[in-house]
Design a protein around this ligand. Structure first.
Ligand SMILES: *Cc1c(COP(=O)(O)O)cnc(C)c1O
Length: 410
């Protein structure tokens, strides 16, 4: 294994940030996909037991700084659920990032990495009242809601806190939509924000999420138009909102090419100016996937290659990682990762890719046909690229005895 890993193509020169920013259409061809130098060197040296996720913290730092410089008007609240590795959080704290959290355990995580309560937004709209109370006790003062019942909990257990209402979005153009479950319509949001004031909370702002892995740059503009209308209508009711939380959604680089971060930033900036003019509110952005997605590579192994009948030319390729051990976002084949076979070249053929567990749901890609080298063998190493987001955090505690995905931060 080690010698094979050692023969990997090595990417030339230029800094990672420059590379990322220049890369207009990221490579989608399997065999020509270079792995990040530092990660492939780590794998070659340490030969970690597979499956393993290796995360390059410098890529995360570069992504954070690139976002800050392309969208300077927005404060970054990293969405912790994308990758909660303590090393990731610690690096982001050191860069001055703020955090979007969903539970007391995530609050504990970011605070023990050095974040102050003022750097935390409790962005989940579905909270137990005891969890609201414990966050409040720790000093957290910014909370999301999208319903009257949640607002009443906040009034009781987080008195005088800053609250923001999440708007419902259709999430068109997103590969991993977050629609329907979250947010409410504008007219309801208006009533609730008025009610927040009556309940002696601070009606602070509006949030939305246009859907994760959002590939369209125009989706923020639609959301901001709605948001601006709500701001204006509340102003007439005597309430001046101060903050717009434009959520996450910026894409990572999977198989299909996506626009560079500058294109999204420009669209957001233009829409802010169009709808708010000189009176820009405080802007918060909550990236998860776009900060950490491209920072990670999963090293996995081929456990079995088989066919179901003599006439088949499609091979079933079973890996030592599946839906329950880190690749949950292959659900409905929503996220299509770049997959590379280490050290094999030559002709390729169609495969169905599946995980190792005894559950028939644990098929990764069947409708979308990946092609892997015909020379593929049991024991070969597979690299799954851009897997820094929503992998380790989704992996089960040990379904079927397969261990949770181990993360190495380098
Ligand atoms: C998950 C989540 C995010 C991060 O979304 P990405 O698409 O990964 O950037 C941001 N905000 C909230 C409220 C979330 O739940």
């Amino acid at each position: 294994m080690e010698t094979r890993s050692g023969t990997l193509p090595v990417r030339e020169g230029s800094s990672r940030t420059a590379n990322r920013l220049q890369k207009k259409s990221p490579s989608v061809k399997l065999r020509s996909t270079p792995v990040l130098d530092k990660i492939s060197r780590f794998i070659a040296q340490h030969n970690p037991q597979t499956p393993a996720l290796v995360v390059d913290l410098d890529v995360i730092a570069d992504n954070y700084l690139a976002l800050r410089s392309t969208l300077p008007a927005a404060e970054v609240y990293y969405a912790v659920k994308a990758n909660p590795a303590p090393e990731v959080i610690t690096r982001l704290v050191s860069l001055g990032s703020f955090f979007d959290v969903a539970s007391p355990a995530e609050i504990e995580l970011v605070m023990s990495a050095g974040a102050k309560p003022q750097q935390i937004s409790f962005g989940n709209t579905i909270k137990k009242e005891t969890d609201i109370a414990s966050a409040y006790k720790r000093g957290v003062r910014m909370f999301a809601f999208d319903s009257e019942a949640e607002l009443l909990k906040l009034a009781r257990s987080a008195p005088d806190a800053k609250v923001f209402c999440r708007l419902l979005m259709n999430c068109e153009g997103a590969d991993w939509p977050l629609s329907r479950k979250f947010g409410c319509e504008v007219d309801m949001a208006r009533d609730l924000l008025i009610k927040a004031k009556a309940l002696r909370l601070q009606p602070y702002g509006v949030s939305f999420h246009v859907g994760s892995q959002q590939t369209r740059t125009d989706q923020w503009a639609f959301a901001l138009e709605k948001t601006a209308e709500l701001f204006a209508s509340l102003k007439q009711a005597g309430i001046s909102l101060e903050m717009v939380n434009i959520g996450g959604g910026l894409p990572a680089h999977y198989r299909d090419s996506v626009e560079p971060v500058e294109a999204y930033a420009a669209a957001i900036q233009a829409a802010m100016t169009e709808h708010f003019g000189e009176n820009l509110p405080r802007i918060i952005i909550e990236p998860g996937r776009s900060l950490v997605g491209d920072s990670g590579v999963i090293e996995a192994e081929v456990v079995l290659i088989s066919k179901k009948s003599y006439g088949d030319d499609t091979r079933w390729v079973y890996l030592d990682i599946g839906k329950f051990s880190g690749l949950a976002e292959t659900h409905d084949e929503a996220i299509k990762y770049r997959i590379e076979v280490v050290g094999r070249k030559g002709a390729t053929g169609p495969v169905i890719l599946a995980g190792p567990s005894c559950d028939s749901v644990d098929i990764l890609y069947e409708k979308f046909q990946y092609r892997l080298p015909l020379s593929l063998q049991v024991g070969d190493r597979i690299r799954i690229h851009a897997t820094g987001a929503y992998t380790s955090s989704y992996s089960s505690v040990g379904f079927n005895g397969f261990a949770p995905l181990k993360t190495y931060c380098i």
